[in-house]
Ligand binder design. Structure first.
Ligand SMILES: [Zn+2]
Length: 277
């Protein structure tokens, strides 16, 4: 799934490519992609795109009052079409056409069909209303350095209401960078460890953003080839060489290094033990 670095760098590329031009047409191509019914998408046609930004994992297209949001979810991608196209490929969600600029198409490459778009009236935050702070906000620093949220840190980082923009991929890498167990919680950490976790969050995402900024155009189907540990179980830990392991919980898998993160302990796979029982 595209997370903060992918979406942020994509927003920057789209802003450079499209800002200042008028939206000339919106072609809804898929059937469940549009998540709002009022205002209608046609009401945006003719408006000038002021800027493209990001909030959490949402692309925010600011049309000088009204806004359009795009969320790529798991398998959604954005394709830049230069020259603009009129095709209707499988998985297509929506195409936006701009005066004298390339077109962009949101397309679903996954099987879950969850990529969506929203048309918001001026002042309406829509789904952005439910998002927690951004990484740079003081309240996020406060949470990590002094907060007493007792959920697992991995869960906290992935919860968009707690902090916006991080998903499973970078959560795995952050815990590895901070040498913390996938099961660790904030109240169990001493102040220096909290500080190093906070630094790990920032450095993992800053580095990923740097890599993402080297891309051109839209977002390719395959993402995340620059993860340090996420989805790399069975491969050697880049820090110590031990085989990376995976453990499943909350319907997904976490990759970790036993030597770096759990004092050598291999975590019991609860899904597996449930089967055994
Ligand atoms: Zn290691």
């Amino acid at each position: 799934m595209p997370e903060l670095p992918e979406v942020q760098a994509l927003a920057e590329r789209l802003d450079a490519l499209l800002a200042g031009s008028a939206l000339s047409a919106i072609e809804p191509l898929g059937f469940s992609g549009l998540k709002t019914h009022d205002p209608p998408p046609e009401s945006l046609v003719g408006l000038r795109l002021e800027r493209v930004g990001r909030r959490g994992k949402y692309l925010v297209l600011d049309l000088g009052g009204p806004r359009m949001l795009i969320h790529l979810s798991q398998g959604g991608r954005l394709v830049v079409e230069d020259p603009p196209k009129a095709t209707r490929p499988k998985g297509a969600v929506v195409r936006l056409l701009f005066e004298a600029r390339p077109s962009v198409m949101v397309k679903e490459f996954g099987t879950e069909r969850r990529a969506g778009w929203w048309v918001l009236a001026p002042g309406d935050d829509g789904p952005l209303e439910r998002l927690g702070p951004e990484l740079g906000d003081d309240s996020f620093a406060e949470l990590i350095l002094r907060g007493d949220d007792t959920r697992r840190i991995h869960t906290i980082l992935r919860d968009q209401r707690t902090v916006a923009g991080i998903g499973r991929g970078y959560s795995d890498d952050i815990l590895h960078r901070a040498r913390l167990s996938p099961y660790s919680t904030l109240p169990s950490l001493d102040p220096p460890t909290r500080r190093s976790l906070f630094d790990a969050v920032r450095s993992v995402l800053d580095q990923a953003l740097e890599v993402e900024r080297r891309r051109a155009g839209g977002l390719p189907t395959k993402l995340g080839d620059h993860f340090t540990v996420h989805n790399r179980y069975g491969k050697p830990c880049p820090r110590c060489g031990e085989d990376l392991r995976r453990v499943s919980y909350e319907s997904h898998e976490v990759t970790y290094c036993p030597r770096c993160q759990t004092g050598g302990k291999v975590l019991a796979d609860r899904r597996l033990s449930r089967l055994v029982r």
